[in-house]
Design a protein around this ligand. Structure first.
Ligand code: GAR
Length: 194
């Protein structure tokens, strides 16, 4: 059976990307990571991907100034060059325009560090602590034009413990992110059935 060809888009350390690469080392996993693409030239995750023998690309956003769509056209061309079927955003910290979102509708997923629809946006762990929630966690969802709004593919819950701070809570959520993302990507490949 041929495996789905997945590109992972990152802007930073790439621990979720690394978890997907790890999952895909199992030949029975239904996806392979064929490209890691970053908008940041020195994103730490690029080194991890290269060490794993995965093709990487950097398409910096700065040269495009305010023309976000022109940046995304370059990204799209690179994804097609690698014959990608599915795009997984993993700490890709750019808001996408409708151009890229609609081009990859149903085939672009994102991981977010909260139980959406609670706490979209940034600083989710701090905001969860301030809100005094008992349960926090992470979400994998299809990407739509509304930020952190697409249909939810899966969630993992984490209990907020007495004495938690942003780092401790964030670390426990991240551990769950790594498992959830690999599972949801495999489920999506199964649901797409191609
Ligand atoms: C992850 O916690 C991910 O959920 C979050 O950025 C972190 C990236 O870490 N994404 C967002 O906040 C997107 N809205 P990683 O580079 O180690 O995977």
């Amino acid at each position: 059976m041929s495996r789905a060809r997945v590109a992972v888009l990152i802007s930073g350390r790439g621990s979720n990307m690394a978890a997907l690469i790890e999952a895909a080392k199992d030949p029975a996993y239904p996806a392979e990571i064929v490209l890691v693409l970053s908008n940041i030239a020195d994103a730490g995750g690029l080194d991890i991907a290269q060490a794993a023998g995965i093709e990487t690309a950097v398409i910096a956003h700065a040269p495009f100034g305010k023309d976000r769509e022109a940046h995304e056209r370059m990204i799209d061309a690179r994804l097609r060059q690698s014959g990608v079927h599915i795009v997984a955003l993993a700490g890709y910290m750019r808001v996408l325009t409708p151009y890229l979102v609609e081009t990859w509708a149903g085939r672009m997923i994102n991981i977010h560090p909260s139980l959406l629809p609670a706490f979209p946006g940034l600083h989710t762990h701090q905001r969860a602590l301030e809100a005094g929630v008992a349960k926090h966690g992470c979400t994998v969802h299809l990407v739509t034009t509304g930020v952190d709004e697409g249909p939810i593919l899966g969630q993992a819950e984490v209990e907020v413990l007495p004495g938690d701070d942003e780092d401790r809570l964030g670390a426990r959520v991240l551990e769950q992110e790594h498992k959830l993302y690999a599972r949801c990507l495999a489920d999506l490949v199964g649901a797409l059935g191609d």
